[in-house]
Write a protein that binds this ligand. Structure first.
Ligand code: SAM
Length: 237
């Protein structure tokens, strides 16, 4: 068994997320493609198999424990980079339709190849969330997620416009997010969201993670998302 599969099987066991042999093989393919492309472009600073298994794959899979993902539903990942967290979720939940968004076209090239190799249902879209949030994708996604993209008040303006009313925005954050959450409360309300639950996890190496479940309770006013310049000049709060 490869180092990657061994480490991931252990981590998934510890987190009570069952993975079968076929899924582990797909994660192995993902790992090999990631390391290969990473030698030509910047996708990740983490490349050792044990670290990728824990800090990218297992970390992403925590979303399975924090968010209900409806059968055949649509999961959008804003600023997905090399595919985290949505692609690991898509490996386990092959019924889902993934919408992978990133503003860096080179990364979207990687995602297209990755999704073809893994045979995932996915749209890999090059663009900024601020622009794509005004297209036909708006208020059409069951769940929207993001990891390591922006402060929560900005991230909410990127993500909440995509979520259908009744759907979920699941923000992956580190352990200390209370202040960030406080600063984002006003933005979440303006954008039609409501904090539902703070889900806390511990990875097998002892590092702590938080996933914020934010329910979309009403439509996002059409003036959001604003332009990138306006968002950075006067973040909602
Ligand atoms: N989510 C991945 C992860 O956790 O490994 C990537 C995180 S990386 C630090 C941030 C990514 O968000 C980059 O790939 C960047 O191109 C993308 N990004 C930043 N701002 C964005 C925006 N406004 N719209 C779309 N993508 C954005």
């Amino acid at each position: 068994m490869s180092e990657l599969k061994k480490a991931l099987a252990q981590a998934a066991d510890a987190l009570a997320i069952p993975l079968d042999e076929e899924q582990l093989n797909r994660f192995d393919l993902y790992y090999n493609l990631l390391v290969d492309w990473n030698s030509r472009m910047n996708l990740t600073a983490i490349t050792a198999p044990e670290e990728v298994a824990l800090k990218h794959f297992a970390d992403s899979l925590l979303l399975l424990k924090a968010a209900e993902l409806p059968q055949n539903g649509r999961l959008a990942d804003v600023g997905t980079g090399a595919g985290f967290p949505a692609v690991p979720i898509g490996i386990v939940r092959r019924d889902l339709h993934l919408v992978l968004v990133d503003s860096l076209n080179k990364r979207v090239g990687f995602l297209k190849e990755l999704c073809a190799v893994l045979k995932l249902h996915a749209d890999c879209l090059h663009g900024r969330a601020e622009d794509l949030g005004k297209t036909g994708l708006r208020e059409m996604q069951d769940v929207v997620t993001a990891r390591a993209v922006a402060h929560l008040r900005t991230l909410s303006e990127y993500c909440l416009p995509f979520v259908k009313v009744g759907g979920l925005f699941a923000a992956l954050k580190g352990p200390e997010m209370e202040e960030e959450l406080r600063e984002a409360e006003g933005a979440i309300a303006i954008l039609g969201g409501k904090l539902e639950e703070i889900c806390r996890f511990e990875l097998p190496d002892g590092s702590r993670r938080t996933i914020l479940r934010i329910r979309k309770i009403s439509q996002t006013p059409t003036k959001y998302p604003r332009t990138p310049a306006k968002i950075s000049k006067s973040p909602l709060g």
